[in-house]
Design a binder for this molecule. Structure first.
Ligand code: CA
Ligand code: CA
Length: 405
């Protein structure tokens, strides 16, 4: 076990290392900035009418481009059309989820009466796997984790209501986890052994919901006093989404029950929602002055940060962030921007994790800012977002720092 004396011995040793390393950090920045610097990457493919970025993971981004499921790897030129040719050019498709190199969503099948089919891909249109359960009339995938996919299916077997559903890579693996007594339900997010989404008892009032793999495990997360609530993201064992109070959407978080609701609504916003989350970061939008602004949070309302301001001036009336992911060096947030009337355009915001000074470079102010936080046991030194500050944060920061921006 890691005890206090070892920790201080370790820190004395690492302090010596720091002093040696600090000498080698020659680049100086006179006035460190207070805000993180985000870089905007245009994912909107040339020549198309509209596109959406809906999910990011493991270096891949997915969504929709010109009515077809789309896969990107970091640039608009990288776009791959996932729409299976056998579905026909007159139908549509969307990819909502990406996880470990696989993509999930739906494909409309049939030109006369198009029917949504839950779908799974492995990077190309040719890899398409139809997950549509036998006998269903429509189905779709909204989330993935490990080897499992989550979404909904509807058909005569469900009295033609949408039922929250899980799959394990093929149509026959379909599993209905609809809560008893509910009208409709669907899965929107998945983590290890846990699923989140919405349950409807009336047509227009969803209740944020939590499952642990079975219909019986269902937990209603709907906060007291809310008229509607939706659970849209999972990370760190927490559930994220929004609830509507007095007609206004409020972004927020749950741990495991309706009572655990924590409001993330930013001061000055008229509405806010969380659409995606990854370890230590939540993303969505806040409505400011009547305009939707893509934004991020770091585990609390007060940590709210506006991403809309990083879009080129004059190019967008609004924006929304849908999903986040992070590796050692960079944080990635995908979403879309829009003008009025709205053609949506897929966009990705990226940030260099070690650039604490916000000047776009890994430089000495970042280095010393991290050291100061680390030796003060400040939560800001929790570089790997595991809720403790220890030597692993130091080594992760150093690796990322010397990898650069
Ligand atoms: Ca910097
Ligand atoms: Ca840590």
């Amino acid at each position: 076990m890691f005890n206090i004396s070892n920790r201080w011995d370790s820190r004395k040793r690492t302090l010596l290392v720091y002093r040696l390393l600090a000498v080698s950090v020659a680049v100086a920045c006179a006035t460190p900035c207070a805000h993180a610097q985000w870089t905007v990457v245009n994912l909107h493919p040339g020549g198309v009418s509209h596109s959406y970025g809906l999910c990011v993971a493991n270096g891949q981004q997915v969504g929709e481009s010109n009515f077809y499921a789309a896969l990107w790897t970091g640039s608009n030129a990288s776009v791959v059309n996932l729409h299976p040719p056998s579905a026909g050019v007159g139908t549509g498709s969307t990819a909502y989820a990406v996880h470990d190199g696989r993509q999930g969503g739906y494909v409309n099948i049939g030109l006369v009466t198009p029917t949504a089919h839950a779908s799974l891909w492995s990077g190309s249109a040719a890899s398409w796997v139809d997950l549509h359960p036998p006998g269903a009339t429509r189905s779709g995938i909204f989330a993935m984790h490990g080897a499992r996919q989550g979404g909904f299916a509807s058909g005569p077997g469900t009295s033609n209501r949408d039922h929250a559903s899980l799959w394990s890579g093929n149509a026959l693996s379909w599993m209905d986890i609809h809560p008893a007594g509910a009208r409709d339900s669907l899965i929107r997010a998945m983590g290890p052994g846990i699923q989140a989404g919405d349950t409807y008892f009336t047509v227009s009032a969803p209740n944020a919901s939590l499952w642990r793999g079975t219909a019986d495990s269902w937990v209603n997360l709907h906060p007291a006093g809310a008229s509607r609530s939706q659970a849209t993201a999972l990370a760190d064992g927490r559930i994220y989404g929004h609830a509507t109070f007095a007609g206004a959407n409020h972004a927020g978080q749950w741990t495991d029950s309706a009572d655990s609701w924590v409001d993330f609504h930013p001061a000055g916003a008229t509405a806010s929602v969380i659409s995606g989350a990854f370890t230590g970061i939540q993303v969505g939008s806040a409505t400011i002055g009547g305009s939707e602004h893509a934004c991020v949070w770091h585990n609390a309302s007060s940590s709210w940060e506006d991403l809309h301001v990083f879009l080129p001036v004059g190019t967008a009336n609004g924006s929304h962030a849908t999903s986040a992911w992070r590796d050692l060096r960079f944080t990635y947030v995908v979403g879309y921007r829009f003008t009025s009337p709205p053609p949506r355009q897929a966009v990705m915001w990226t940030r260099c994790n070690v650039d604490l000074s916000g000047n776009g470079m890994a430089d000495s102010p970042d280095f010393f800012a991290f050291l100061t936080a680390f030796f003060n046991d400040d939560a800001a030194a929790d570089f790997n977002y595991d809720a403790v500050v220890n030597s692993q944060d130091f080594f992760d920061f150093m690796n990322a720092f010397f990898a650069g921006c």
